[in-house]
Design a protein around this ligand. Sequence first.
Ligand SMILES: O=P(O)(O)O[C@H]1O[C@H](CO)[C@@H](O)[C@H]1O
Ligand SMILES: Nc1nc2[nH]cnc2c(=O)[nH]1
Length: 289
Amino acid sequence: MFPESTTGSCYEECKSTAEWLLAQMEVRPLLGIVCGSGLGGLAEMLKDQVVFRYEDIPNFPQSTVRGHAGRLVFGTLKGKPCVCMQGRFHLYEGYPVQKTTLPMRIFKLLGVEMVILTNAAGGLNEDYKVGDIMIIKDHINMPGFAGVNPLAGQNDERFGVRFPCMSDAYDRDLRQLAQDVGEELGYKDFLREGVYCVLGGPSFETIAECRMLYRLGADAVGMSTVHEVIVARHCGMRVFALSLITNKAVMDYNSEEKANHEEVLQTGKQRAEQLEKLVSSMVSRIKHN
Ligand SMILES: O=P(O)(O)O[C@H]1O[C@H](CO)[C@@H](O)[C@H]1O
Ligand SMILES: Nc1nc2[nH]cnc2c(=O)[nH]1
């Protein structure tokens, strides 16, 4: 009934990958982390690492973007068992949206209860500065308006319901924890909370597009995260997500600024340490059921 390309990532495929991974090591992760462009250093915080290259994992897509190493790292962070994706998948790499989000279902079948996602994003909000860290409180799934949703196609109830709620996608308690931890660490001046909008990429936005997105209520724009969040929430994992504002979206026709991936990676390097501290301090205070 549903065409092949829209049937999502099948349960058996995800299960066999999860079982393959579990058979090779003793870590039983409760927390999943996804590293954004240039933010792979988060994975280096894990102790007692067991590392798999994506190319060695059955059914796993391959990373093709600079700043995404393509390694799945297991270990412990502040004593908590974790799995960390050093490299994620984007629509513009040519993968179907279901394939870009397949790792979230594998996380679920590995036993993960909570996911922390990070990304690099362009700042639309005029008050935002390069280097700000934005706690994501909500998203706009722009490709979703044209029917690009990772849950399109036949629904598998073993993962979740046909029509999942998204108004509570970004866990309120985890957002509050991030605010508290950020304040204690002295990050108040560069810690924000806002709305992230995903576009397909890979071209960066025009000036008219940036102006439109800001008027629509987006504070930051990027090419990832939202689809992973939809799939993670569909299968019942708690979600927390952060954007590092790596560049300011160009809003002015007189501006000489040009968005580029170099600047994105450079800003990632400059803020990596604070971002890692924020995430690890949060993890040390998270309680699992
Ligand atoms: O969202 P992440 O993976 O951090 O990457 C962001 O940075 C890249 C553009 O520089 C795009 O892939 C955009 O989505
Ligand atoms: N779409 C988009 N993605 C980004 N990732 C990092 N910066 C940007 C940006 O300005 N626009």
